[in-house]
Write a protein that binds this ligand. Structure first.
Ligand code: SF4
Length: 519
C-alpha cells in the first residue's frame, strides 16, 4: 500500500515510509492573522472594545485600559439577542459562549451602524476588538476565527480582532503596533481582575442578608465609581478599598437567617457571566433564598500557572528521558518554574491584600495542588481544555470540606470538556460520595423554566441540609435561638455587613453560632 505523501513530495519506491516521513517539509500552521493591525498613530482615534466577564470586571477593565492612554469601551453583558445574532452569523455546531460573545460584538457594531448612524467603514477604521484566546484543545482555540467569520458575514469585513496574547499569530505584530502587551499592561489588567473579584465576592456575601433590597447593589455601584476613579487617576488603592468597605458596612443586614449555600462551578464563561448566558443563575439563586459561593477569576489564573508548572515538570522528565537520544533541550525549565512561582505568589499576595483592605475576611483561594490531587483519581491532570480537572476536584473538595449544601455545575450547550467529559466523570464521583448534593445544568439560551425547576428541586434538599446543620450548631454550642438573638443584638461587630464568621461548616448562620462560646 502506498502512503499518500504531501503534494511537494514525490512518490518513491526505494525509501521506507519512515524515511519518507523524515523527508517531509514542515508546513507551518495556518492562522488567520489580522491583516491590518492596530497602529500607534491610531491610538487617539480608535476605540478598543472588549467584554465577556462579570459586569464589575468589564467596568474596571475599561478604566484600566483608559488609564494606559487608550480609548476603551466594555460591551454590555451578552443577552439573548446577542445569542441570536451569534447563531445568525456564526458557524454551526459552536458552543454557547462562542455564540453569545461573537454575537455580542456583532450586535454592538450593528447598533453603531443602524442606531448611531455611523458609516460601516468608519466603524471598521475606528474600532478594534480585543479578546483572550488560547490554543484549545476545545473550541476556545477557534474563537478569534469565529469572530472574523461572523463579522465578515455581518458586513464588517476587515474589522480588527486582536488577542491579549503577546506574539499571538492572530495579531499582525509590527514595530509600530499600538497595543503594547508588556509587563506593565498585564500587571494592570491582572490587578484589576483581582480587584473586581474581591468586590464581587463581597457583594455575594452581603446581598442575601440585606434588609432593604437593592442596598448591596447600590454599594457595589458606588464602589465601582470609586475604583474606576482611583484606577484612572492612579490614586491610592488602599484608601479606595477602605472607602468601599465603609460603603458595604453601611448596608443594613439581618444575618440570623438559615440559608442554603450554593457553590457555582463549571465552565469558565458560563459560571462567570451574570446574564442570559447562564439564565442569570446567581440572581435566581438569591431570589430563591440561597447564598452563592462564586468562583473568582483569580482561581482560573492560578490554575493556568499550576498547569504551566505541571507541564514544565513533565518537560523536565521528558528531557531527562530523551536528552541523550536526541540532544534536544526542553529549555531552562528551572528558571521558568521560578518565574511561575513568582507569578503564583504575586497573585495570592495581591488578592489577600485587597481582600484585607475591603474587609473580605476568612476567604481562601483554592489550593491548586489539592484540587489536582483530589481530581486525579478520576480525571487525568494532563487533560486540558475548559476547566480541565477542576470541576471534578472542586466538587469533591466542596463536599469533603463542607463548603456548601449544593454544588451547581453550569456548562454551555455544546461544551466538549465540560458536558462531554466532566459530567460523565461526575456521575462516578457522586456514586463514590453518596452525600453530595450535585446538580449539573446545561445552558442553551432557551429552556430557562426547565433549568429553574431543576434548581428549585435541588434547593429543597439544600435547605434541609442547611436547617439540619444549623440545629446541630445550636446543639453543639448549647444555646437556643432567643439566646443567640440577644447575643447578636448586643454585639455591634457581628451586625456589621462585612463581618463574616470563619468557616466551620457550609452555612453562614451556623458558622456564626460556632463562633459563640458555650454556656
Ligand atoms: S470550555 Fe466548552 S464552552 Fe468553553 S470554549 Fe471550550 S468548548 Fe466552548
Amino acid at each position: 500500500m502506498n502512503i499518500p505523501l504531501p503534494r511537494n513530495q514525490k512518490q518513491t519506491t526505494d525509501i521506507s515510509p519512515l524515511q519518507a516521513l523524515d523527508n517531509i517539509t514542515v508546513i507551518p500552521q495556518w492562522h488567520e492573522a489580522d491583516k491590518k493591525g492596530f497602529k500607534k498613530h491610531e491610538k487617539g482615534t480608535t476605540t478598543i472594545l472588549f467584554g465577556g466577564l462579570s459586569n464589575m470586571h468589564d467596568q474596571l477593565m475599561e478604566a484600566a485600559i483608559k488609564s494606559l492612554g487608550y480609548k476603551a469601551r466594555a460591551l454590555t453583558c451578552p443577552d439573548k439577542e446577542a445569542l441570536q445574532t451569534g447563531k445568525e452569523f456564526g458557524n454551526r455546531g459552536q458552543c454557547n459562549p462562542t455564540y453569545f460573545t461573537v454575537g455580542n460584538l456583532v450586535k454592538h457594531l450593528i447598533y453603531l451602524r443602524d442606531e448611531k448612524n455611523l458609516n460601516t467603514q468608519d466603524i471598521i477604521d475606528n474600532y478594534v476588538f480585543v479578546t483572550a484566546s488560547g490554543c484549545g484543545p476545545c473550541r476556545f482555540g477557534m474563537y478569534n476565527t469565529e469572530y472574523r467569520k461572523a463579522l465578515r458575514d455581518a458586513g464588517f469585513e476587515n474589522f480588527r480582532t486582536l488577542t491579549f496574547e503577546q506574539d499571538s499569530p492572530d495579531n499582525n505584530t509590527a514595530d509600530d503596533d499600538c497595543l503594547e502587551l508588556n509587563l506593565k499592561f498585564y500587571l494592570r489588567i491582572i490587578r484589576v481582575v483581582i480587584l473586581a473579584d474581591v468586590v464581587n465576592l463581597m457583594g455575594y456575601r452581603i446581598r442575601p442578608y440585606e434588609v432593604n433590597p437593592g442596598d448591596t447593589d447600590s454599594a457595589m455601584d458606588e464602589c465601582r465609581i470609586v475604583l474606576q476613579d482611583t484606577i484612572s487617576k492612579k490614586k491610592n488603592l488602599r484608601k479606595a478599598l477602605k472607602k468601599c468597605k465603609a460603603l458595604f458596612d453601611a448596608v443594613e443586614i439581618d444575618k440570623l437567617q438559615v440559608k442554603a449555600k450554593v457553590s457555582i462551578i463549571g465552565e469558565f464563561w458560563a459560571m462567570t457571566t451574570e446574564g442570559d448566558g447562564n439564565y442569570k443563575l446567581q440572581r435566581f439563586l438569591e431570589s430563591e433564598g440561597a447564598e452563592c459561593d462564586i468562583q473568582p477569576i483569580t482561581n482560573w489564573i492560578l490554575y493556568m500557572i499550576w498547569l504551566a508548572e505541571f507541564d514544565s515538570r513533565k518537560a523536565t522528565q521528558l528531557e531527562k528521558d530523551t536528552l541523550n537520544q536526541t540532544g534536544n533541550s526542553a529549555g531552562n525549565q528551572t528558571f521558568l518554574r521560578f518565574l511561575l512561582k513568582m507569578g503564583d505568589l504575586f497573585m495570592k499576595k495581591t488578592f489577600y491584600r485587597y481582600a484585607k483592605h475591603i474587609g473580605l475576611d476568612h476567604y481562601k483561594l483554592s489550593d491548586m495542588n489539592q484540587i489536582a490531587s483530589l481530581a486525579s483519581k478520576h480525571y487525568y491532570n494532563e487533560l486540558t481544555g475548559g476547566e480541565g480537572h477542576m470541576e471534578v476536584g472542586k466538587l469533591i473538595y466542596n463536599f469533603s470540606a463542607k463548603k456548601s449544601h449544593l454544588v451547581i455545575s453550569v456548562k454551555p450547550f455544546g461544551c466538549m470538556p465540560s458536558s462531554g467529559v466532566s459530567d460523565g466523570v461526575q456521575s462516578l464521583v457522586t456514586k463514590q460520595y453518596p452525600g453530595i448534593n450535585f446538580l449539573p445544568i446545561e445552558t442553551s439560551g432557551d429552556g430557562a423554566v426547565n433549568v429553574y425547576s431543576r434548581i428549585q428541586m435541588a434547593l429543597f434538599k439544600a435547605r434541609q441540609l442547611a436547617q439540619k446543620e444549623y440545629e446541630q450548631a445550636l446543639g453543639d454550642r448549647k444555646i437556643n435561638l432567643e439566646e443567640l438573638k440577644s447575643r447578636i443584638s448586643n454585639d455591634k461587630k457581628v451586625r456589621i455587613a462585612t463581618t463574616y464568621a470563619p468557616h466551620t461548616v457550609a452555612g453562614s448562620m451556623a458558622n456564626i453560632i460556632y463562633q459563640q462560646p458555650t454556656i
